[in-house]
Design a binder for this molecule. Structure first.
Ligand SMILES: *Cc1c(COP(=O)(O)O)cnc(C)c1O
Length: 469
């Protein structure tokens, strides 16, 4: 049991001031292991399929781009995996992160719900992503790798990996989705400041990039294309490995520090969550906060975990649970997941991130079996919720995180209308300080809502690989 410091004494003992609403843990309470949900899944995940042979992937197939410990974690059935001491030391630069009761938001909504958020925006890169960037850089460095290649969409993953590789004295090359590269120049600067090289994707540096540019010279890029470029780079150089910021099992594993801490923090104030909410792009912050609660849910507990995605990239709510490639050039393993099709490109009007065509296989399987829920929200609702949150809690959320806030607002208003109490825990996956262009567009009334047309989804789904299982 955690030792409570002054700030963590329950609201019943102190007046309800801002200080009692901020539940902190000492560094000694930083989790010592990651929680591996693969040990507890009712049905094992379908094995990833080799993109060339169509056969299940063996551990050796991943060795060209990943270090051995990460491959082992990707497939491990061990419930608790120890966090190496050098990784904990770096995580302790900002962890444990605070859990904060959003009391002003509750008041603004007039809801009886008690709303808590885990503030991952306090990390060096401003999001939850360093939680996995640090261990990934660490395992690569002890395997003798000196350089990492990756893709980044909105720029947060590239920022996290730029920070982590700097901490471990490694080099870093980032392929940044072109539309974000142009919309978010300061994310680019952030990565360069930490020493990373940043290129807009599609780029002329790789075969995958050149092929796209030949057909679509003005391509805005997509995560799928950028992944192809980074994987190609890693596979073609011995000193370089590939690093992925979401989707894969080991990434969700590393993010479970979020939910483990949140659990302890809620215990300190005598609360148990009824709803755990997170935005969903590839599933890592949502998995990070929700997976540590899965043992109880799988045992029949009342808690519902809700993944929230944009109407304009509705992977979990309107995609198909099927086998698909992780990238556009079909270089990555084929995973069983919810997907909109590997060549799906979200509309340019979409400003709020969460643009990936696929989803984490773990989250997909749990949603498919009805263990977790998913819903989608429109972008004007998202930005409206972001502004309400800033006005009430004083924190500018990342537009991605604001998807979770929008769903929490919906739920809190529903509880108000029904006159019901509940405890809602959500993941504030990051701050929005680098997202001012998107907020400008919203404040100027320039953001459009966009629901992806059914026929366009059907078209990209028609190109799924045929896998017989
Ligand atoms: C990357 C990112 C996301 C989306 O990725 P997940 O893997 O789904 O968590 C959400 N919020 C922020 C702040 C991010 O940086």
């Amino acid at each position: 049991m955690a030792s409570a410091n002054l700030e963590t004494t329950g609201p019943s003992m102190l007046p309800t001031t801002a200080a009692t609403d901020r539940i902190t843990l000492p560094v000694s309470e930083l989790p010592e292991h990651w929680y591996n949900v693969l040990a507890d899944l009712p049905v094992p995940l379908a094995p990833p399929i080799h993109p060339g042979t169509g056969q299940p992937l063996g551990p050796h197939d991943l060795e060209r781009i990943f270090p051995p410990q990460l491959i082992e974690q990707e497939m491990s059935a061990q419930r608790e995996i120890p966090i190496p001491a050098p990784v904990r030391e770096i995580l302790a630069m900002w962890r444990p992160t605070p859990l904060i009761r959003a009391r002003n938001l509750e008041r603004a909504l007039g809801t009886p719900a008690r709303i808590y958020f885990k503030h991952e925006g306090v990390s060096p890169a401003g999001s939850h992503k360093p939680n996995t960037a640090v261990p990934q850089a660490y395992y690569n460095s002890i395997a003798g790798i000196t350089r990492l290649a990756t893709e980044t969409g909105a720029g947060q993953w590239g920022s996290a990996l730029a920070f982590a590789t700097r901490m471990l004295g490694m080099a870093c090359r980032v392929f940044m989705v072109r539309v974000s590269y142009e919309q978010k120049p300061y994310r680019r600067t952030f990565m360069r400041l930490f020493g990373a090289e940043v290129y807009p994707s599609p780029s002329p540096l790789t075969n995958a990039g050149r092929a796209i540019l030949a057909e679509h010279p003005d391509s805005p890029g997509s995560l799928g294309i950028a992944i192809s470029e980074a994987v190609e780079e890693a596979a073609s150089r011995d000193d370089t490995n590939y690093s992925l910021g979401s989707v894969l099992n080991h990434v969700l594993l590393h993010q479970t520090v979020i939910g483990q801490e949140a659990r302890k923090q809620l215990e300190l104030v005598g609360e148990e969550p009824d709803f755990v909410v997170g935005c969903h792009g590839g599933g890592s912050n949502f998995g990070g906060i929700a997976l540590p609660f899965m043992p109880e849910v799988l045992a029949g507990g009342k808690l519902r975990a809700v993944a929230v995605e944009p109407d304009s990239c509705p992977t979990l709510t309107r995609g198909r649970f099927a086998f698909d490639f992780g990238d556009t050039a079909k270089l990555t393993p084929i995973l069983q997941m919810y997907t909109l099709g590997h060549d799906f490109v979200p509309p340019a009007v979409h400003a709020g991130g969460l643009r990936y065509h696929g989803a984490s296989p773990i989250i997909s399987a749990l949603v498919h079996r009805g263990v977790m829920d998913a819903e989608s929200v429109g972008q004007s609702e998202v930005f409206k919720a972001a502004v309400l949150f800033a006005h009430s809690e004083g924190i500018v959320p990342a537009p991605e995180s604001a998807h979770a806030i929008a769903a929490v607002v919906r739920k809190a208003l529903q509880l108000r209308d029904e006159g019901r109490q509940a405890v809602i825990l959500f993941s504030l996956s990051g701050h929005g300080f680098f997202d001012m262009a998107a907020f400008d567009a919203y404040l100027d009334g320039k953001l459009e809502d966009f629901e992806y047309p059914e026929h366009a989804i059907a078209t990209s789904l028609a190109r799924l690989p045929k896998i017989s299982q």
